[in-house]
Ligand binder design. Structure first.
Ligand code: NAP
Length: 246
């Protein structure tokens, strides 16, 4: 059986750590070439070195359009095209209404929502040229249902779910599919995992947090042509967290 991403060229934001690093490793294992984009320069360069010729690191702050332009150019110059964009970078910054500041709000929105918009903007023409292409936007279970005290994050992830659908409608005639992924609680540095996490592991039907690899297998599917009939849709991978009340 041939590799599932053979010949694909992907740009993954926030790929130095957590789920993004898991996606980068799996993409290379499945035959893709990967541009690892992150603000974490040391960890990103280390991962690219580990993955060899099929990976390259570029400094990418997703709030900066110029960084995105460079990341897309890196994919095209180094690997000849760009046919997969994974908007994965995100931050979690929580606080109750009344004390959560406008500055915190803007910061979260700039990374979690404006970042993917800037990524789509920079990558659009390259994705169209390389059609059939796929964009995978990493939203959250917090893009499906509300979370008290997590307002900017929840709003950003609902927003990303909406951007996914408008982009899917617009780009479908150009050969670009756009879908969103909605993980529940996953063991990554974002949650202070594995030892330090205080998240309720039992807040889903499976009574445990997920592993990055359990999200990666879905992202590989959506990035590949196996998902050629999937567009503008939301894919939940949350152990049943959003299924309803037991
Ligand atoms: P993570 O381990 O914290 O990794 C996120 C990466 O993004 C880090 O390398 C981080 O760098 C980088 N980053 C932060 N700000 C950036 C920016 N402005 N530009 C580019 N890169 C930036 O997080 P994760 O848990 O793997 O999360 C990946 C995605 O999944 C996020 O969008 C997150 O919201 C979503 N998600 C996570 C969970 C979960 O339970 N973990 C659940 C649902 C959805 P630094 O480490 O230097 O900050």
């Amino acid at each position: 059986m041939s590799a599932r991403l053979s010949g694909r060229v992907a740009l993954i934001s926030g790929a130095a750590s957590g789920m993004g690093a898991s996606h980068a490793r799996a993409f290379v294992a499945e035959g893709a070439s990967v541009v690892i984009g992150d603000i974490a320069d040391e960890a990103g360069a280390k991962l690219a070195a580990e993955l060899g010729d099929a990976a390259v690191f570029t400094h990418l702050d997703v709030t900066r359009g110029a960084d995105w332009d460079l990341a897309v150019a890196t994919a095209v110059e180094r690997f000849g095209k760009l046919d997969v964009l994974v908007n994965n970078a995100g931050i979690l910054d929580a606080g109750p209404i009344g004390t959560y500041t406008e500055k915190q709000w803007q910061h979260t929105l700039s990374i979690n929502l404006t970042g993917p918009f800037l990524g789509l903007t920079a990558a659009r023409d390259a994705l169209v040229s390389a059609r059939p292409s796929s964009v995978v936007n990493i939203s959250s279970a917090a893009g499906i249902q509300g979370v008290p005290g997590v307002h900017a994050y929840t709003a950003s992830k609902f927003g990303l779910r909406g951007l996914t659908k408008s982009a899917a409608l617009e780009l479908a005639p150009h050969g670009v599919r756009v879908n969103s992924v909605h993980p529940g609680g996953i063991l990554t540095p974002m949650l202070g995992a594995p030892e330090g996490t205080t998240l309720d592991r039992g807040a889903n039907t499976l009574k445990r947090l997920g592993l990055p690899e359990e999200v990666t297998s879905l992202v590989v599917y959506l990035a590949s042509t196996e998902s050629s009939y999937c567009n503008g849709a939301e894919y939940v991978v949350d152990g049943g967290m959003t299924a309803g009340r037991a």
